[in-house]
Design a protein around this ligand. Structure first.
Ligand SMILES: Cc1cc2nc3c(=O)[nH]c(=O)nc-3n(C[C@H](O)[C@H](O)[C@H](O)COP(=O)(O)OP(=O)(O)OC[C@H]3O[C@@H](n4cnc5c(N)ncnc54)[C@H](O)[C@@H]3O)c2cc1C
Length: 434
């Protein structure tokens, strides 16, 4: 058994940033093992095979450190400006660089293995067993296993078994695609798919099916900072919506766009969410979340231009509806209008994004953690919450408990906060001093 102070499970953005914050602030004596079988710092978002995949957030908002907002812009140097949208691969290089620096510490190690199970001992420590059978005992454990694949439980089995079905749109190499493509979902992942298809020389037809048939809104070049009045009195989803609409009207009267209002609401969104009772959070989730996300997670204009090029060439068809069946390669789509249409795709890519937690709860480690009572599902069914001391969750696993825990501006805060709590826990138990 190998004994360590801290175990970090998962080495995407979140796991690396917990380790990097510990490297910055904890005593040299702290020992840490980070479990990641892939390249550190990439994860699903920044390990894309396609250089044309861009960040959907401007460089100025993408520093990995909350207390050093220009860190990423400085790292870009002459290869970008604060308002540019850098390539996601370049961002992966940046986080990989931070990881390299953190792991120069002699007592930090990257275990190139996946964690299969985590158990809590009667002393309150954790025993982590890797897939190859090595055991580690840790005083503190952080689970940062990130994004689950898009849900597929709503898709007919015949689609999932289609020979051209792509379950993982993020790690897929679009260069192998030819012929007619069906994208299920029309969010940022569908735009990513179009970007990769175009860059790979695909010249076929693309059909897109999603509930509303709407793509994300596009970043406004001129979005200017706006002072929003937080709707602190809102206790229902409806009053929250009314308050947003009122603010957008007031802003428009002062020549500010809705984008400026949404950007100003973002730092307040956590407090607003926490004030809503669980039933109202559910209502927001059911009726407003899709609309909120379409406006809040906007696409760079250069990315939307790819969609426009496909549309202008007559090769893109967008349907509001849902996929209901597939037979002999033919896919039936029930349209929002009540009619049914049939498509004949060679490839079907699941672009429904990170969605709810159905797929997450099927992950072997996550289901093990739920079964042994170390974590519980959050009330809305998006992510997890820790149920025991000295076990933290970082990254999108906090979705549901926190309103925003999908993008870097929030994830870096979560990672820094977890690092502070870990240092406090180690000090409280006199494992670390100074
Ligand atoms: C396609 C995409 C694009 C995005 N683009 C942006 C953007 O432009 N701007 C922005 O702000 N945010 C963006 N995000 C959101 C956010 O930055 C990412 O979700 C980020 O990848 C989250 O990092 P993470 O480390 O929490 O999770 P992940 O990146 O999912 O990393 C989790 C890691 O855990 C490892 N792992 C999983 N299970 C185990 C196990 N049992 N044992 C050991 N290791 C394990 C995996 O190998 C993986 O490397 C994007 C998200 C996606 C999906």
């Amino acid at each position: 058994m190998i004994r360590i102070d801290v175990a970090v499970v998962g080495g995407g953005f979140s796991g690396v940033m917990v380790a990097a914050n510990l490297a910055r602030h904890a005593s040299e004596r702290l020992s840490l093992a980070l479990f990641e079988s892939g390249e550190l710092g990439r994860g699903v978002a920044y390990g894309t095979k396609h250089a044309q995949h861009l960040l959907n957030t401007r460089a100025q908002a993408m520093s990995a450190f909350t207390d050093d907002p220009d860190h990423f812009v400085r790292a870009l140097g002459i290869n970008g400006t604060p308002r540019s949208f850098a390539s996601r691969r370049v961002y992966g290089d940046y986080i990989a660089g931070i990881a390299r620096q953190a792991f120069e510490r002699p007592r930090f190690s990257n275990v190139k293995d996946r964690v299969a199970s985590i158990e809590r001992t009667t002393d309150g420590t954790f025993v982590l067993k890797t897939e190859t059978g090595t055991e580690f005992e840790a005083f503190c454990t952080i689970v940062a296993t990130g994004n689950a694949l898009p849900n597929d439980d709503f898709l007919p089995l015949s689609i999932v078994r289609h020979p051209g079905y792509v379950a993982d749109p993020w790690r897929f190499d679009y260069r192998v695609v030819g012929g007619r493509v069906l994208l299920v979902g029309s969010g940022l992942t569908a735009l990513d798919a179009l970007v990769a298809l175009e860059a790979s020389g695909h010249r076929g037809f693309v059909d897109v099916v999603s509930r509303h048939g709407l793509f994300p809104e596009v970043h406004d070049e001129a979005s200017t900072p706006y002072d929003v009045v937080p709707a602190l009195d809102a206790r229902t989803a409806r009053t929250l919506l009314r308050s947003f609409r009122r603010q957008i009207r007031d802003a428009a009267a002062r020549s500010f766009g809705w984008q400026s209002v949404l950007d100003a609401i973002r730092p307040e969104s956590e407090a607003l969410w926490k004030r809503l009772p669980v039933d109202e959070r559910r209502r927001f989730d059911r009726h407003l979340r899709a609309r909120w996300e379409r406006h809040r997670h906007r696409a760079p204009a250069a990315v939307d231009a790819v969609r426009e090029r496909y549309a202008a060439s007559g090769k893109l068809r967008v349907y509001a509806g849902r996929v209901v069946a597939s037979e002999l390669g033919r896919v039936s789509v029930r349209l929002a209008t009540g009619e049914t249409t049939e498509l004949m795709p060679d490839w079907i890519v699941n672009c429904t994004g990170t969605g709810k937690g159905a797929r997450l709860y099927r992950d072997p480690l996550v289901s093990d953690l739920i079964a042994n009572g170390l974590v519980a599902r959050d009330p809305l069914g998006y992510g997890l919450r820790s149920r025991v001391a000295n076990l933290w969750l970082a990254g999108p696993l906090q979705r549901g408990t926190r309103f925003e825990s999908t993008a870097v501006p929030e994830l870096r805060e979560i990672a820094a906060g977890v690092a502070v709590e870990v240092i406090e826990a180690l000090r409280a138990d006199a494992i670390l001093t100074g």
